[in-house]
Design a protein. Structure first.
Length: 328
């Protein structure tokens, strides 16, 4: 049986939020008891509105933002502590692609120098083979050889993100965590970068955690999808199941907001209101103030994430009756 490449169990991260210089610090549960697993070569999409804890979870999976409780294992071994030699060595096998390529790149270094940097840091390949590897990586992500000497500001947004991806791939990672990797790009470029990521992933058999608020993009790339709401996973299933037959009312609302070419806008569920303040989490099911199916139990008891079918899980008291029409 194939073991997961990365596994998280019961991850929790609480920040203290202080309102004003003299305000009382309030605990904010950014990630609240998240467990998941990603198989080698698999893509897990993590979706949810802004503030759902997606990015914090991504950093926790890489050990950049250490968990206060719970554990992450990578290739069967516990994630080493941040900053240790073991953690730095492991980072070569797990890379992060950020949303803003300009912020991720050093404006004073050429693109080639930045793609080469991880090879130098981790001492990978003989020195005289590194330039050829940089050229291969640039071509692999669709950059031209003559752009090797360019600086970040001389490239377009899409080209900069390609350079960031080339740098992430330099160490032949087993896992790529992509945090909103295309949301800063023009829509026309987004599809190109997503297709490129999918091709590179398949070719190199890399597992990917693809974090995005954009379900259209996630649908194109993810094998499986975890939906987050206020720090918790509320539904998880294969991408086909999530997009064709979502069960959790929050997932239904998210999915129904994705435009489908040729389909009328009628019958869609409109998500009411804004996500609640994480520092003032609603009682019971945190989604209840926005949920059209909420009953009494939803206001008092928090639903556990449980298996509701083969390979699918949801956290909802009413999930068995959630096929009732919910259109606004
Ligand atoms: Fe809605 Fe209740 Fe399910 Fe929460 S538990 S999603 S409030 S029906």
């Amino acid at each position: 049986m194939i073991a997961p490449l990365i596994k998280a169990e019961g991850l929790e991260r609480v920040y203290k939020l202080r309102r004003g210089p003299f305000g009382k610090a309030v605990p904010v549960r950014a990630v609240d008891g998240v467990s998941l697993a990603v198989m080698p070569g698999e893509t897990l999409g993590i979706v949810g509105e802004s503030g759902s804890g997606k990015s914090t979870l991504g950093r926790m999976l890489l050990g950049i933002d250490p968990a206060q409780s719970g554990a992450v294992t990578f290739e069967g071994s516990r994630m080493p502590a941040l900053g240790t030699a073991e953690w730095r060595a492991l980072r070569a096998r797990m890379q992060l692609v950020y949303q803003d390529p300009l912020a991720a790149l050093d404006r004073r270094l050429t693109i080639a120098a930045q793609i080469r940097e991880p090879l130098d840091i981790h001492g990978l390949l003989p020195r005289d083979a590194r330039s050829a590897r940089v050229q291969d990586l640039m071509i692999g992500v669709g950059l031209r050889r003559d752009q090797a000497g360019s600086y970040p500001h001389e490239l377009s947004g899409g080209q900069r993100q390609r350079a960031v991806i080339a740098r992430a791939l330099a160490t032949s990672p087993k896992l790529l965590v992509c945090d909103e990797p295309v949301s800063a790009l023009d829509v026309s470029i987004q599809a190109q970068v997503v297709n490129m990521l999918r091709d590179l992933q398949e070719k190199n058999h890399i597992a990917m955690i693809f974090i995005s608020h954009d379900l259209k993009v996630v649908r194109n790339i993810a094998d499986r999808v975890a939906v987050m709401y206020l720090g918790r996973i509320v539904e998880e299933a294969s991408s086909d199941v999530i997009f064709q037959a979502p069960k959790h009312p929050y997932t239904k609302a998210l999915v129904s907001s994705v435009p489908v070419p040729g389909k009328p806008l009628t019958g869609r569920m409109i998500l009411q209101g804004e996500p609640p303040n994480p520092a003032n989490r609603p009682s019971g099911c945190a989604f209840h103030p926005r949920c059209p199916l909420a009953g009494d139990i939803c206001r008092t008891a928090s639903p556990a994430l449980r298996e509701i079918g083969e390979g699918r899980m949801a956290a909802c008291h009413m999930v068995e009756g959630a096929d009732a029409p919910m259109a606004a």
